[in-house]
Design a protein around this ligand. Structure first.
Ligand SMILES: *[C@@H]1O[C@H](CO)[C@@H](O)[C@H](O)[C@H]1NC(C)=O
Ligand SMILES: *[C@@H]1O[C@H](CO)[C@@H](O)[C@H](O)[C@H]1NC(C)=O
Ligand SMILES: *[C@@H]1O[C@H](CO)[C@@H](O)[C@H](O)[C@H]1NC(C)=O
Length: 369
């Protein structure tokens, strides 16, 4: 125990609060995000102002501000960063390029994938590009302030990306499930692993929070598509969720492989899938009344208008009056309230592997799978 505490205090600048006799609860001093639209806090809006529906109301309706977030308000990464540093997550493009202050930054961008763009008009800010931007920022901070160099090892590296590689392979890719499992998923997880290794080896990142893909088969965009008809007892599309689970199994194996290869790093896995499925079982007690329709959509079954890439949430539609009672905001993305529940899960270490405080290194468990 003494040596663990010594080790922790060696690399930690953030405060340490002893929560229980055995676990020092360590607070990250920054959160760096590598994500898609589920955790983009405004980069796509800054890159291409006015280009997408999230740049207009009713997006942001709960916080009374259009921020470029694909929700009615804040996201999981915002709730975590607020808990750790007191402010919501700043999109990296909002940073003054000459500012070398060490601070949390989200490098994620809506529509981002892990693999290079396979289809036209997709976001070029893929995961390796986000990592390169982070390393550039880090270089700039470190070269202007040597003290800041040490701080990067006590940040949380939030990795939530890969869902679009699957989504786009289905539409517009029109690849079969078998083809996605055999040809797409192995390349996605290899690239995910390479980027995380790059952050650790070249970016002195130690603490990773790696998300799997939530149960997309329970969201209006999948529910409303007639061709995926067979549903399970929770009303979710079975085929779609099977595909997501096949992907998640590989993400878990990848996290395990990273633990074996880099035992000095801390790879935490958040089971977003299981958390989102269990949410459906408990949603009523949590104050949600509608978990299968989009709060904001173009009408029709599940408030998800047929024939569109999304569900039709745009400036012209009237959203539900209380997004807090909905799981889905626009049919693809979730509401602030749902994200808040997920952030609480992470902070209370539910669906988290290992189930320990976020910045506590635990011995590698790579060989036990
Ligand atoms: C260097 O960074 C540290 C940590 O952010 C900060 O406290 C300190 O003021 C910075 N020093 C300079 C000269 O900017
Ligand atoms: C998608 O693929 C299926 C089966 O390979 C084929 O029947 C269908 O025509 C394709 N749809 C489009 C829009 O390309
Ligand atoms: C670290 O950076 C070097 C130089 O860019 C690169 O060749 C190497 O592959 C990187 N290491 C990892 C583990 O990505």
């Amino acid at each position: 125990m003494a040596s663990l505490l010594t080790f922790l205090s060696f690399f930690l600048i953030g405060s340490i609060v002893v929560q229980a006799a055995v676990y020092p609860y360590v607070i990250p001093n920054a959160v760096f995000g590598f994500t898609d639209s589920l955790s983009d806090t405004g980069n796509l809006k800054l890159a291409l102002p006015g280009a997408v529906d999230a740049d207009y109301p009713p997006y942001g309706m709960t916080i009374g501000e259009v921020t470029g977030r694909f929700s009615d308000g804040y996201l999981i990464i915002d709730f975590l960063n607020t808990r750790f540093t007191g402010v919501v997550e700043k999109p990296s493009l909002a940073r003054d390029p000459s500012d070398t202050t060490y601070a949390s930054l989200g490098f994620g961008s809506a529509g981002a994938t892990v693999l290079p763009q396979a289809y036209p008009n997709m976001n070029p800010d893929i995961l390796p590009a986000q990592v390169a931007q982070f390393l550039g920022y880090q270089q700039q901070v470190v070269s202007s302030n040597a003290t800041a160099a040490r701080l990067f090892s006590s940040a949380l590296y939030y990795v939530e990306i890969g869902g679009n590689d699957i989504n786009f392979a289905l539409v517009p890719g029109n690849l079969s499930y078998e083809s996605i499992v055999q040809n797409v998923i192995p390349r996605v997880v290899q690239s995910l692993k390479d980027s995380i290794a790059n952050l650790h080896v070249n970016g002195s990142a130690v603490h990773f929070l790696i998300f799997n893909m939530p149960a997309a088969g329970c969201t209006p965009i999948y529910l409303a598509r007639g061709e995926y008809s067979a549903k399970d007892e929770l009303g979710c599309v079975i085929d779609a969720n099977n595909l997501v689970q096949a992907f998640n199994e590989k993400i878990r194996e990848t996290v395990n492989a990273l633990r074996c290869e880099y035992p000095s790093a801390n790879f935490m896995y958040f089971d977003f899938y299981e958390a989102s499925v269990d949410f459906l079982r408990n949603s009523y007690e949590l104050g949600f009344v509608n978990v299968d329709s989009a709060c904001c959509g173009g009408g029709g079954d599940y408030n998800c208008k047929a024939g569109l890439v999304g569900c039709g949430c745009d400036r012209t539609v009237t959203p539900c009056s209380d997004p807090n009672k909905y799981m889905s905001w626009d049919g693809i993305h979730y509401t602030q309230h749902f994200y808040e529940v997920m952030a609480d899960n992470i902070l209370t270490r539910q669906y988290l592997d290992p189930p320990t405080p976020l910045l506590q290194n635990v011995p590698s468990t790579c060989s036990t799978y």
